[in-house]
Design a protein around this ligand. Structure first.
Ligand code: ATP
Ligand code: MG
Length: 295
């Protein structure tokens, strides 16, 4: 596996220095890779990912969503669009990278990981070089790549959390969800040291409730983990979210004036204009780190 990791690094370097004319160097554009995760399941990751993508797009960003929840992939349901191909088909050479990207509303793009995520661990040399040579288009297509994960502290989720430039942890005010969010922060800080974590509190009944959860988690993380929490904001408990899922038209499009839409727009602004924790490493930087972890 170490040999393969070395091969990957060489492939990445080769494709990054592969300008036809070395004098006219293109400025390198690298997407921000952001993983959206939680400790507890069902707290609102997928709804936040999809609607945040739409809000960021309205602010002029090119956004790509990657559905990395292999077990219960449902970004396509919330987004209301799907692709017949996933990463699995690309790895099996059944299509090109352009085929696995679906066009969603407001120009956002969407890709499903499918079981391809598991296949990455056992790629042949041919598969590795095929995917490495094609994947750089993501940096041109997207300013921001949002990765929607499954829940829980399992390896499948953690690899995405640890390889991303930034992580957003989402919780509800429920004590079980808060405890699980803290457990995720603990695991994160064990791997990534003091790199800050972004936090979103979903399904709050009022601002005070959200503020209390932020204060609680910020104090705990600071005191016991030495971890800095960056609060991105709250989303109110809102039945419109359920109605939007039912009709498969995302909240931001079906209820643009709702209070939860305003909340998500506010989160998008904080993500875009707030302090950015890390210099984006782009899709190849992410991919190299991710493969290093699974090999
Ligand atoms: N702010 C909210 N107000 C009301 N309902 C919400 C809110 N956010 C999410 N929900 C509801 O909670 C349910 C779970 O949401 P979602 O699928 O986004 O969670 P998830 O964290 O992605 O779940 P999983 O861990 O299974 O992937 C959905 O039925 C959704 O309608
Ligand atoms: Mg989900």
């Amino acid at each position: 596996m170490r040999d393969q990791a070395e091969k990957l690094r060489q492939l990445v370097q080769k494709s990054q220095s592969g300008h036809r004319n070395p004098i006219i160097k293109q400025p390198e554009v690298r997407a921000r890779v952001i993983t959206i995760t939680s400790g507890k399941g069902g707290v609102g990751k997928t709804n936040l990912t999809v609607n945040l993508a739409l809000a960021l797009s309205a602010l002029g960003q090119k956004v790509l969503i990657i559905d990395a929840d292999f077990g219960l992939a449902n970004v396509d349901v919330v987004l209301g669009c799907s692709s017949p191909y996933s990463l699995q088909h690309l790895l099996e050479d059944k299509c090109r990278i352009t085929d696995i990207i679906a066009d969603g509303p407001r120009g956002i793009k969407f890709m499903s990981g499918g079981s391809g995520i598991y296949q990455l661990a056992n790629m042949s040399d041919a598969q590795l070089s095929r995917i490495t040579s094609q994947i750089s288009v993501f940096d041109r297509w997207a300013d921001i790549i949002l990765i929607d994960t499954g829940a829980g502290l399992n390896r499948n989720v953690l690899n995405f959390v640890m390889a991303a430039d930034e992580v957003v942890i989402i919780t509800t005010p429920e004590p079980t969800a808060i405890t699980d969010a803290y457990a995720m922060m603990k695991t994160y800080s064990n791997h990534r040291g003091a790199a800050p974590v972004n936090l979103v509190i979903n399904r709050v009944l009022d601002m005070g409730e959200g503020q209390l959860v932020v204060e609680k988690l910020t104090k705990l993380a600071q005191r016991f983990l030495g971890l800095k929490i960056h609060s991105l904001g709250f989303v109110y408990e809102d039945r419109n979210i359920l109605n939007a899922v039912k009709t498969q038209v995302p909240l931001l499009l079906s209820f643009p004036e709702s209070i939860s839409t305003r909340c998500i727009e506010h989160i998008a602004q904080r993500m875009l204009y707030g302090e950015i924790a890390a210099k984006p490493q782009g899709i190849k930087g992410f991919f190299t780190k991710f493969l290093d972890m699974i090999w």
